[in-house]
Design a protein around this ligand. Sequence first.
Ligand SMILES: Nc1nc2c(ncn2[C@@H]2O[C@H](COP(=O)(O)OP(=O)(O)OP(=O)(O)O)[C@@H](O)[C@H]2O)c(=O)[nH]1
Ligand SMILES: [Mg+2]
Length: 213
Amino acid sequence: MDRLPGTLSVPYEDAVSNLVWIKLVGIGNANVGKTCLIKHFCESKFNSGYQPTVGVDYGFKVQELQGVDLRVHLWDLSGSSEYFDVRNELYSGTDAIFLVYDVTNMASFESLDQWIREVKRYANGDPEIFIVGNKIDLKQKRAVTSTEGKKYAQANKFKYAETSAANGDGVLTMFDTMLQTVCDKQVGGAKRPEGAIRREAQASEIYHKQARS
Ligand SMILES: Nc1nc2c(ncn2[C@@H]2O[C@H](COP(=O)(O)OP(=O)(O)OP(=O)(O)O)[C@@H](O)[C@H]2O)c(=O)[nH]1
Ligand SMILES: [Mg+2]
């Protein structure tokens, strides 16, 4: 349909009222594969070279879930302690966090507690936390077993997933489960009235519009 540039065929508020915005944040030690997981989800790509994230990076994907197009914002936070201050500014309004460790690197697993403390301190609104053991394709180098990973997640009442950003194993399932969990909590949860997600989507879009202008 032809329309004048810069105009909408329906009022702006109506146009955005059906949009659902979801904010996911990836954290965990440097080099565990956060950027690669996001790249796989958004672009189905993998890069074997390591380019550390400087401060923060960002991905976006429209993902269909049960007939609804979700606008998924993925915040990719650097794992380096150098960027602690940058990260802490970005946790606000997060729907779910994927806390990644590298299954070939015990130190990255042992750092999970420290990441949880950072989240509890700086994220408001009680985001869902997923523990993700990444690089499962490197079977010979595995240092943390599935049982250990699952046990840690269960003890903390978090969900658990294992992935390989290199060959894609488990990646889409992990993101789908996260999105499903967020949607169930927002729309179906007893605490929140139906339609809340839409009103928040609208508020979020207005916020983004204001931030852009
Ligand atoms: N074999 C294998 N390598 C992976 C996998 N995921 C990531 N890598 C490699 O691990 C290195 C680090 O990946 P990144 O995604 O950049 O790590 P990051 O967690 O974003 O690191 P920072 O940005 O420094 O916090 C890169 O060389 C990737 O190619 C995986 O599932 N399997
Ligand atoms: Mg990165």
